[in-house]
Design a binder for this molecule. Structure first.
Ligand SMILES: *[C@@H]1O[C@H](CO)[C@@H](O)[C@H](O)[C@H]1NC(C)=O
Ligand SMILES: *[C@@H]1O[C@H](CO)[C@@H](O)[C@H](O)[C@H]1NC(C)=O
Ligand SMILES: *[C@@H]1O[C@H](CO)[C@@H](O)[C@H](O)[C@H]1NC(C)=O
Ligand SMILES: *[C@@H]1O[C@H](CO)[C@@H](O)[C@H](O)[C@H]1NC(C)=O
Ligand SMILES: *[C@@H]1O[C@H](CO)[C@@H](O)[C@H](O)[C@H]1NC(C)=O
Ligand SMILES: *[C@@H]1O[C@H](CO)[C@@H](O)[C@H](O)[C@H]1NC(C)=O
Ligand SMILES: *[C@@H]1O[C@H](CO)[C@@H](O)[C@H](O)[C@H]1NC(C)=O
Length: 373
């Protein structure tokens, strides 16, 4: 009995201990509680596709990666992260129909390295969104902007002067069309840049000069060639590799520099996949199989000249026909006019004859000599 009671007491003690443990665990969990509609595991918090309209508060203080994706968060601002999260490095806010990124939103995330804002429709982005001493290295702005009328918003973000640590920037799928000269001038550490599928028409020299690029993706744009000065600038970047497939290259006489550059270097990793889009005769021909002798502009010029000669001939013929028609319609007037001229001539000739006869009359000549004396 005694033995039993003591062992019972032992069990009771153990139970007490277990309850205490459970209580402590619950306390710890509630302190680092996982927010409603989120999953928390090993310093990762996922709140995905939950129709949330704001970033959940009371996130575990040791969170490293936070995924709040596929929700409905139209803006983030200074109140989005009310407590400091020292350990948070990766923040994924993709697919939230986000329209506005306000000032000081990331001030409580001092160690943020990766920010994914892809698949949103950003219309305003404060140039004070990032704190001055931020550590952001990877910024994903793929399909983040609605259309090219928000180019100045992109420009504002990249030129805020705060993204000094940025090494990788994804600006793909954004319909940018034209790249301002100084777009990347404020990114002194950018090595990886994607501008894939962004409707880009040309890359002017100067645009890519500043960043020490090593990886440049220009696939699936509207490039017809790259100007010589741009090629020269790209050649100055020793470790650069470029992807250029899916552009409508125009293989005419102005393409010679580009072809030389392409065949000479190893910078274009997908050179095998580049093809001409124009002229028609060279369509789909791989650029690497293109010969310099095939790059012509004169062919087009001959065509233009030929058509302009034909046109000129037609115009001259038409003028001729009109002239003849006018003559024909005025034939009576012209006849009268010719008679008039003939009569005038005849009168004139008669007058001349008359004067000539007078001058040649010797008597009159004598008279005139006498009168001189
Ligand atoms: C998203 O939020 C807006 C208002 O912010 C609301 O009008 C809309 O219905 C929401 N959409 C969904 C799918 O919850
Ligand atoms: C950016 O996000 C898109 C989709 O959200 C993804 O496909 C792409 O790989 C990301 N870019 C980088 C550089 O991680
Ligand atoms: C760009 O998107 C805005 C907002 O949706 C729209 O009002 C504007 O008409 C669009 N502009 C162009 C050129 O598509
Ligand atoms: C290319 O970008 C446009 C937006 O500019 C997007 O609508 C389209 O789906 C993208 N294409 C691909 C293949 O991702
Ligand atoms: C681009 O190149 C042209 C000619 O090579 C040069 O005159 C011009 O100053 C350059 N522009 C920039 C922004 O470097
Ligand atoms: C071809 O490349 C070599 C070295 O890689 C360089 O010296 C030469 O100038 C280049 N030629 C042209 C036409 O770019
Ligand atoms: C070239 O295109 C093919 C087919 O689209 C693709 O599988 C291959 O990866 C491309 N090569 C390079 C170097 O991008």
């Amino acid at each position: 009995m005694r033995l039993l009671s003591t062992s019972c007491g032992g069990i009771r003690g153990t139970m007490h201990f277990l309850f205490l443990l459970l209580f402590l665990l619950a306390a710890v969990l509630s302190c680092h509680g996982c927010p409603d509609r989120c999953l928390c595991f090993s310093q990762t918090v996922k709140c995905q596709n939950q129709e949330l309209d704001a970033i959940p508060h009371s996130l575990p203080a040791d969170t490293k990666s936070l995924f709040v994706t596929g929700n409905n968060i139209s803006r983030v601002g200074v109140d989005s992260f009310p407590t400091r999260l020292e350990m948070l490095t990766d923040l994924h806010l993709s697919g939230n129909e986000m329209e506005s990124v306000d000032a000081m939103v990331f001030d409580n995330l001092p160690n943020l390295v990766l920010l994914d804002l892809s698949n949103n429709r950003i219309q305003t982005f404060s140039d004070r969104a990032f704190p001055e001493d931020n550590k952001v290295q990877l910024l994903n702005l793929s399909r983040s902007f609605h259309n090219h009328s928000f180019m100045d918003v992109v420009l504002g973000v990249l030129q805020s002067g705060n993204l000094l640590q940025l090494t990788a920037l994804d600006l793909s799928n954004n319909d940018l069309v034209i790249l301002p000269d100084d777009l990347f001038a404020g990114l002194p550490n950018l090595v990886s840049l994607s501008l894939q599928n962004s409707s880009i028409l040309s890359v002017q020299n100067g645009t890519l000069r500043a960043p020490p690029l090593r990886d440049l993706d220009l696939r699936d744009n509207s490039l017809r060639d790259l100007p010589f000065a741009t090629l020269a600038e790209l050649s100055l970047k020793p470790a650069l590799s470029v992807r250029l497939a899916g552009n409508p290259w125009r293989c005419d006489c102005l393409f010679e520099d580009m072809l030389l550059w392409l065949k000479n270097g190893t910078r274009v990793v997908d050179a095998q996949n580049l093809t001409c889009a124009a002229p028609k005769a060279l369509r789909l021909l791989p650029l690497l199989r293109l010969e310099h002798s095939q790059l012509k502009c004169s062919g087009d010029m001959d065509g233009v000249l030929e058509t302009s000669y034909v046109f000129l001939g037609l115009v001259l013929a038409l003028i001729g026909v009109i002239f003849l028609l006018v003559l024909y319609l005025n034939r009576k007037g012209i006849k009268r006019w010719m008679y008039n001229i003939r009569d005038a001539c005849r009168d004139h000739m008669e007058g001349y004859h008359y004067r000539y006869e007078i001058n040649s009359d010797p008597r009159l000549a004598n008279l005139s000599i006498n009168s001189d004396v």
